[in-house]
Design a binder for this molecule. Structure first.
Ligand code: SF4
Length: 449
């Protein structure tokens, strides 16, 4: 995809008058995962550094930015529907519509043809130039499309952070090419952010009210910068004064090694929570998915974690209905779920993504996929509720994050399990709590007397 911009030659005068004008305001709507939310914070920081103003009400904004996701067809359909709904919004003079993110990278040409009112399309590696492009678009009324991949990590961009918990991106891209996944195509090869820049950002965050920080990457275990690997980074970051809790997301089971398990075991600030996407409990399907581990390897990994850290929380992602998955193979996945008893699981139906290897495989029928998803959701619900009941009467350290419903406050255990307390508590309070009730899937806690 090439940049389709008319080049404008700036004179000193035009530059000066542009800088004395009040810069337009922008609103960002974000679809998709935590990486995308983090990218929206990066975009906001870049635009604010260039005097554009972020506002929360799209009706009053001059620029409407949609940060899109391509991981599942459903996410793309929602984003496309949202772009379509902006036709009327874009009718007013001097309003600009910007589409960024994975879908902008994947199908920029289609979006440009289908939605002539979209002024700027940027892939995930082109945000650094967003202010410059917007300046051009306001001046020249041209459309710009820029979706080239690069080695960009936005290392020096420190978004404005607030709240009690937040995320810090430590790397971008992925080299694993799981056959169902679009990420390596739309976010490029894996590259790590310099450790010192991560440290500086985390030190700034810890000086504010942020107490619980999650290190973020598609496969954090592949982090490598100079001579710092992922466990080295964990140990470095956990020394940050003021930081209370440190987490990481997402681990690829094939790359989660002893050094990381030991870092979690030995370091009080690193929370005992492992998000380990299983995806399937059947070796043939794991091979077809190119996951590079077996069912036995995964079982042993979970065993190693539990032997070293008995109270670890283990959560997972599972895809049902991968092409050619038989009922027996699906039963193997159920077997792994009931054997391991994940504390929580994100369960998805297989979604074919054009451009991936698995897109060439013949899909199972809609009815079979729907039925398997329904069954697996019901099984995990039972496991999650049973796990919640096992927590009754036990003591957990809870960090309170903010209001839940009327007069109640929500917080998280070190294992990332949400609990509710039926009273108002200031965000940031850290306290030992006893689980006194399970309402549905919700854990109700009270202070230790
Ligand atoms: S590890 Fe696999 S599923 Fe995860 S982002 Fe990389 S290719 Fe996608």
């Amino acid at each position: 995809m090439s940049t389709n911009s008319k080049t404008r030659i700036y004179t000193e005068e035009s530059e000066q008058s542009r800088h004395t004008q009040k810069k337009p305001s922008f609103y960002i709507k974000t679809f998709g995962c935590q990486m995308n939310k983090n990218d929206s914070s990066i975009i906001t920081a870049i635009l604010e550094n260039n005097d554009y103003k972020c506002i929360q009400d799209p009706c009053c904004a001059d620029i409407y930015i949609i940060n899109t996701c391509s991981v599942r067809e459903h996410a793309e359909r929602r984003a496309l529907g949202h772009i379509s709904s902006l036709k009327k919004w874009a009718d007013k003079p001097d309003r600009k519509v910007v589409v960024v993110g994975c879908m902008a990278k994947r199908i920029a040409d289609d979006i440009a043809i289908r939605f002539p009112f979209v002024d700027l399309l940027l892939g995930p590696d082109s945000y650094r130039k967003i202010a410059e492009f917007l300046d051009q678009i306001f001046d020249t009324k041209t459309r710009i499309i820029e979706t080239k991949l690069s080695d960009e990590v936005y290392g020096d961009i420190f978004p404005n952070r607030s709240g009690i918990t937040d995320f810090v991106s430590i790397m971008r891209g992925c080299d694993n090419f799981c056959t169902y996944c679009i990420v390596p195509y739309v976010r490029g090869r894996v590259r790590s952010r310099p450790a010192l820049e991560i440290m500086s950002e985390i030190q700034n965050m810890a000086r504010s009210d942020i107490k619980d920080i999650t290190l973020l990457g598609q496969n954090v275990n592949a982090y490598s910068y100079g001579n710092v690997d992922f466990s080295g980074l964990l140990n470095m970051v956990s020394q940050t004064p003021g930081l209370v809790r440190l987490r990481f997301l997402t681990s690829h089971p094939k790359d989660l090694d002893e050094t990381t398990i030991n870092a979690v075991k030995e370091n009080d600030k690193i929370c005992e929570w492992f998000h380990l996407p299983l995806q399937s409990g059947c070796d043939r399907i794991l091979r077809l998915m190119n996951r590079k581990y077996t069912k036995k390897y995964f079982q042993e990994l979970v065993q190693r974690i539990r032997q070293n850290i008995p109270d670890a929380t283990i959560t997972t992602d599972i895809i049902v209905g991968f092409p050619s998955e038989t009922e027996e193979e699906f039963q193997e996945t159920i077997g792994m779920m009931t054997e391991i008893e994940f504390d929580n699981a994100y369960l998805y139906r297989y979604s074919p993504r054009q451009g991936t290897q698995a897109f060439k495989y013949e899909s199972l029928s809609e009815q079979v996929i729907k039925d398997r998803l329904k069954r697996i959701i019901s099984i995990q619900n039972t496991i999650t509720v049973n796990k919640a009941r096992q927590m009754l009467g036990q003591k957990y350290e809870v960090l309170f994050e903010g209001p839940a419903r009327h007069n109640a406050t929500r917080g998280k255990t070190r294992g990332n399990i949400e609990v509710i307390v039926d009273k108002e508590i200031a965000p940031g309070v850290l306290s030992d709590m006893i689980i006194k009730e399970v309402r549905g899937r919700t854990l109700i806690a009270e202070f230790v007397k």
